[in-house]
Design a protein around this ligand. Structure first.
Ligand code: B16
Ligand code: MG
Length: 217
């Protein structure tokens, strides 16, 4: 029986992707590395460290460990400056009502984001109190597509993975949900997320009824 719903953050509850992109672009520009929106597509759902690896690979560049870490910190500073402008208005339409509905139906709600800024983001969105558990991306060994963050979230909610459904907008995230032994709802087209078990174009279009019927079906 379904007892918990685990949400990804970026692309599912809000659109931090544009701010991540702008921060990476500013970083790449200031260091003279080739980067653009096209190259940014590969970073969807990928954690900070692996994102920088992909950016350097794209630019055909290599940097020593110390500069690599300094670049990660620099990108995060730029990103957090952008986050300062966030408010509940940045929550995707319909998500507030969906969270209220899940809670009223007695389901637990979890967050499994690759972002180490996730807690601050949900606070800024005004939904931090809605979560029974927020998994800490900094505390898991392996990033998505590994199952770690979804398993940590289920465990933190006191549930078994097979009692949870995961909601993701990125391929790496859908793989992580499946590797955790959960069913996956994909936010986006079937083309973009071929492995997801069900698709909706936007999170706000999900209802408690169709999440529950999906489980039974
Ligand atoms: P941070 P999600 C991911 O969030 C983003 O999609 C990805 O672009 C970002 O690099 C990653 O979080 C790490 O974020 O630098 O804040 O730790 O989709 O897993 O919610
Ligand atoms: Mg995402």
């Amino acid at each position: 029986r379904l007892k918990g719903v685990i949400f990804d953050l970026d692309g599912v509850l809000t659109d931090t992707a544009e701010d991540h992109y702008q921060a990476w672009q500013a970083l790449a520009d200031s260091h003279g590395f080739a980067f653009d929106r096209q190259a940014n597509h590969r970073l969807k759902g990928v954690d900070r460290r692996n994102s920088l690896r992909l950016i350097l690979e794209h630019a055909g560049a290599e940097v020593e460990a110390e500069r690599f870490d300094a670049m990660l910190a620099e990108k995060n500073d730029i990103y957090r400056e952008r986050l300062a402008a966030y408010s509940p208005a940045n929550l995707f339409a319909g998500v507030g009502a969906l969270l209220d509905g899940l809670r009223a139906a007695g389901l637990k709600i979890g967050l499994a984001s690759a972002s180490r800024n996730a807690l601050d983001v949900v606070r800024l969105l005004g939904i931090a109190d809605q979560f029974d558990f927020i998994a800490d991306a900094g505390a898991v060994a392996n990033a998505k597509p590994a199952p770690d963050i979804f398993l940590a979230c289920a465990h933190g909610m006191g549930l078994r993975p097979d009692q949870c459904i995961g909601i993701e907008d990125a391929e790496a995230g859908v793989s992580a949900i499946h590797a955790a032994g959960m069913v996956a709802i994909g936010i986006g087209s079937e083309e973009a997320l071929p492995d997801a078990d069900m698709h909706v174009p936007a999170t706000g279009q999900l209802t408690v009824a169709n999440i529950l019927s999906f489980e039974r079906g």
